[in-house]
Design a protein around this ligand. Structure first.
Ligand code: OAD
Length: 258
């Protein structure tokens, strides 16, 4: 195991990034923590420390109490609307501009990567700002104000739900296929801000490793990552990622982040 504190970026990783032809990046809730959005599994502040996923994030929960589920996601949508991309998001958008190909595979539903300027984003767990109907998955961008909570699908009248993947549901097939493809073809794979507890996203780094890619983990808590073959960088992504870019492309100077 090679464990590095933030700011101490291994030269070999910076070189691997500079030389990479295809970089794949898997992100999780930790990447948005510095934007003020809660993670899921932080023991003190994580959403699953305060709420039970089986009450809020399953189809059965929605059938039991659709108003509760809709209103919880409305609260989270408000948090997302008030959040801004942080230096970690901005550094990943910049990384995409500097390497020949970058696939950004995110478990996050907040859209902050796109708002930071990332273009090739694969959303594995959907997007909280989109809605679809429960019965037939009709996408809905607007609906008549009838006072119903949740609102009704303008096409078929079934209740609307957020367009996110709930426990017990399959990931969008095209997103999953794109993620596997990137994990198998990339020469450098980053796993950033994810606890790696949720499948199938968690298997992607193992797949990349088995295909010969360099795999780097960026997380303030690296205690769960034990593989000797991974590069572990201990620190918040909002500090590590800009430092990594500066080390890989010193001639470009400081990364401009707004
Ligand atoms: P978790 O809450 O499980 O893990 C967040 C990770 O981010 C932890 O390993 C933290 O140590 C790390 N972290 C915290 N602050 C960080 C920072 N500033 N920089 C980098 N890392 C930081 O969140 P996910 O792994 O994203 O699924 O969870 C995966 C899925 O489980 C989510 O997409 C969600 C959840 O249930 C669904 O809702 C379907």
């Amino acid at each position: 195991m090679r464990e590095k504190p933030a700011g101490d970026i291994p030269a070999s990783l910076a070189e691997a990034l500079r030389a990479a032809k295809h970089v794949a990046v898997l992100t999780g809730a930790g990447v948005s923590a510095e934007s003020g959005l809660p993670t899921f599994r932080d023991p003190m502040t994580g959403l699953w420390a305060k709420y039970r996923p089986e009450d809020l994030a399953t189809p059965e929960a929605f059938e039991r109490d659709p108003r509760l589920v809709w209103e919880w996601y409305e609260w989270r949508r408000g948090l997302v609307a008030g959040a801004r991309p942080n230096p970690g998001h901005l550094a990943l958008a910049e990384m995409e501009r500097r390497v020949p190909r970058l696939s950004l595979l995110t478990q996050n539903v907040d859209g902050l990567h796109q708002r930071a300027g990332s273009r090739n984003v694969v959303e594995l767990h959907g997007n909280i700002t989109r809605s679809k109907c429960f019965d037939r998955e009709h996408p809905a961008e607007s609906w008549p104000e009838t006072g119903d909570v949740p609102p009704r699908c303008p096409r078929c009248g079934s209740p609307l739900r957020p367009d996110v993947v709930w426990f017990g549901e399959a990931l969008p097939a095209s997103a999953l296929a794109a993620a596997w493809d990137a994990a198998e073809r990339c020469d450098l794979f980053f796993s950033i801000g994810t606890s790696g507890m949720v499948q199938p996203a968690a298997s992607l780094s193992r797949q990349a490793l088995s295909r010969g890619a360099t795999v780097a983990i960026i997380n303030p808590d690296v205690s769960n990552f034990i593989s000797r073959s991974q590069v572990l960088i201990q620190g918040p992504s909002g500090r590590v990622l800009p430092a990594l870019l500066e080390k890989a492309w010193p001639e470009s100077g400081t990364i401009h982040v707004e």
